[in-house]
Design a protein around this ligand. Sequence first.
Ligand SMILES: [Zn+2]
Length: 251
Amino acid sequence: MPIPCDQNPITLASYLDGELPPDQIPAMHEHIATCPQCASEIAELTSLKSSLRAARGHHTPTLEFRKKLQQQIAPPRRPRPNMLRFIPVALALAAMLLLAFTWTQHSRRQDAFSEVADLHVNALASTNPLDVISTDRHTVKPWFQGRIPFSFNVPELTGSEFTLLGGRVVYLHQQPGAQLIVAMRQHKISVLIFQASSGQALPFPVSTEASGHNAFTVETWQSNGLRFLVIGDVDATEIERLAQSLKQANS
Ligand SMILES: [Zn+2]
């Protein structure tokens, strides 16, 4: 005798989804087998479920649709400025800074050479160009003792093309130094010696390369804590020769 059909569609759907309590499943199973109404209902539900499953696959929302939907839900934040745009500006700025720095260094160097040239010209223009007049290096060296805060060696120039005329105390950026005047034929050459510890005030290149400054040739180098400068209106090779004898005497 068939069980009277009192099943509601929700119970049938639960049975189909396997959500029915386990102890009720056998009775339901038996009922469906004998109840055409429920069997038809189950068939209909199964068909509906499978068509829904197929439709879900066909209607995956596109990326654009999702974006639009997101924009509507929450307006997007203001986009970050593109940092790449600023790279040319940064490069131009860096180039300008480098140019300014190079120019400043160049100017400082030029200024320093100008100051050294001024010391040389002043000595030659002075009515009393020398504080100590001596062609003897053994007289000149002791004369500077107590007048400048360092000592140096004067090379032996006797027998060379150079003649020591004497020396004087000079100041460059408030730093006392020695100036030797050396004659070569009708030309005069200045040898300037300062303490290298005051190097900040003397922004000269450490290279021994001779540099032309107007009519003058300058050679500068650093040795044993001293900064030497040789300047004169003679050829670079002659400045170089005098510089060599000074380097040997003070090495
Ligand atoms: Zn039934």
